[in-house]
Design a protein around this ligand. Sequence first.
Ligand code: ADP
Ligand code: MG
Length: 351
Amino acid sequence: MLFDERPKDRKEDLFDREREVEEIINNIKRPLLLISGVRRIGKTSVLLVSLNEAKENYILIDCRKLKENYGRKELYSLFSEALSSKISYLKDVLEKVKGISIAGNYVEIKWGGKNYISLSSLFDELNKKRLIIAIDEAQRLRGPLSKEIKDAIAHAYDYDRNLTFILTGSEVGLLHELIDVENENSPVYGRYYLEITLDRFNKERSREFLQRGFQEISIKVEDKIIEEIVNYFDGIPGWLTFAGNEYATKGKIEEVKKTAVKVAKGELENLIEEKTKKVSYITGKRYRNALKCIAKGENSWSKLLSCMEKEEGSTISTSVLDNIIQNLEKMSIIKDYEFLDPVYKEASKLL
Ligand code: ADP
Ligand code: MG
């Protein structure tokens, strides 16, 4: 079902993306692959379908569960969960490892004290069998442990021939910063990776997606409505799915848009709150103002500066503004003073 809101994991349910899935399968033996693209573009779906089509054993680490400034305990518990889900395949390897204990179907990894196992050693152990380690929303690994994670991935890249890492990321600049192969000081320096970038659907594909989705749930929808959804949601499959579902239950296009904007606004509020908590109240407020000003169409450095200064009622230094712009770009929220997601733009007007 196209309008199922969970990430797709079966080829039959994935619309388009044949080329991307094929490229991943053809390169599945490489040490490191990246799948990048904005939120809701279909990264997790393409990842899962490719893994299932490749008929490979994999574990999936879902980094959305990590808070900023997460610790080793939280990271290892993600690995525990992922390894537990593949226990029948990995049991013979894992039961011999010091620092790992298996209770029923649950794999426990020691994250501190005596017998603690490092990530690199864990990868070396896992390398005894062919395994794909998929890390979803990997940019969230940034933080105090990122050096160690990079070291471990670099080590596995060089020595663990049975392992493949596939990383996805919605915040593309931050993902690249994590896998910083061009930086001489980075542990992964100089290593090659294949990057698959997911683009939005064009109008024709978006239309087809919606038509097929509505057909599957036996709902007749006028062309005019389809057109309106296509134009508003700009080819982002996750929004098309959302809109299809909402329209099927509510039957009013204006309601559908409103609900989508509310969802997006919640996500932006979270971002602002993270900045407030991690940096300062004033930083959070400045991100809010920057988003509001860009949504109003302040599409140059100087226009944005003057709009933000007006909002705040004080002057703002160049470096502060540069920093905010760079970060919003790295988070794939804006590019060249424009929003990458039209729903985020509408939501920002309401901040
Ligand atoms: P991402 O991981 O990039 O945020 P997801 O894979 O979670 O995106 O997809 C977001 C939503 O859109 C999900 O509901 C998913 O089912 C749907 N979706 C994305 N791409 C496709 C596609 N090619 N065909 C069908 N549904 C898709
Ligand atoms: Mg995802």
